[in-house]
Design a binder for this molecule. Structure first.
Ligand code: ATP
Length: 249
């Protein structure tokens, strides 16, 4: 798929709405994600953040609106077609193959890019090192604790070598000492490989550190968007989200 997209945006979302039984999970959402940028999405529980990822990644068809990826309209395409175009995502609930080792799960992800088993094993070794999984990479996935599963989920999507990555709360369940290496890795991948990243996160330290742009969802709408320091000072954002969240972050 071409990168010669005149807008310079990897992802463009226009007027996307999605309702469930009359509940507006998304209401007329617009979002631009420039190539190589990091966009942090925040908002209270039920604001529509996961629904947004589901629509963008093809798991849900929007009721109206459009999603463009690398300049091409991908609205309503199935997830595998969108993945093939260069987008990968993580899930809040991780679904590794439990009887396989962590390493085998990462190799399986790398194989989805095509190429040989040998290439997939090399790619897996690289992300296993980068995500700090080496010590337990040969444990079966169903024996892993939450922090390890989070790392595995991240390694799995990185092994796919996406051009744009959607991360849904990859830091939740990690203690602060475990979060820093993941945040550093994401920053490095953007610098080294030009990875474009859109991430949903409640850990505000990470949001402030990583994001070029912070987008705030509330009741299905984007209520603020802009530079991190400006957005967190916006009274609407404090009222909708940060007032309660900052005390617990
Ligand atoms: N499959 C579904 N069926 C019915 N309602 C749904 C479904 N998915 C989401 N919703 C509703 O849509 C709204 C947005 O939910 P969503 O999970 O997108 O929010 P969120 O911002 O990701 O929340 P959280 O931070 O808790 O993950 C909520 O009211 C939720 O109950």
């Amino acid at each position: 798929m071409s990168t010669s997209n005149p807008s310079g945006n990897v992802l463009e979302v226009r007027g996307v709405s999605k309702s469930f039984n009359g509940v507006h999970a998304l209401a007329d959402v617009d979002l631009d994600v420039p190539e190589g940028s990091i966009v942090g999405i925040i908002g209270p529980n039920g604001a529509g953040k996961t629904t947004f990822f589901n629509v963008v990644a093809g798991a849900l068809r929007p009721d109206s609106g459009h999603v463009r990826l690398f300049g091409k309209d991908v609205t309503g395409l199935p997830p595998h077609r969108i993945a093939h175009a260069g987008m990968a995502r993580t899930f809040q609930l991780m679904r590794p193959f439990g009887s396989m080792t962590a390493r085998e799960n990462v190799v399986a992800a790398a194989l989805t890019r095509g190429g040989s088993h040998k290439d997939a094993r090399l790619a897996a070794d690289e992300v296993i090192d980068a995500t700090g999984m080496a010590a337990w990479a040969d444990a079966t996935s169903d024996s892993l604790h939450t922090a390890a599963l989070k790392r595995l989920e991240l390694a799995r999507v990185l092994a796919i070598r996406p051009r744009i990555l959607l991360l849904d709360e990859v830091l939740a369940g990690l203690v602060p000492a475990e979060r820093a290496p993941v945040v550093d890795l994401l920053a490095r991948l953007r610098e080294a490989e030009g990875l474009t990243l859109v991430f949903v996160e409640h850990i505000m330290q990470a949001v402030m550190k990583l994001s070029d742009t912070v987008v705030v969802f509330d009741r299905g709408r984007v209520i603020a968007s802009g530079e991190p320091t400006e957005v967190v000072a916006d009274p609407r954002v404090v009222e909708a989200y940060l007032g309660q969240e900052l005390t617990g972050a």
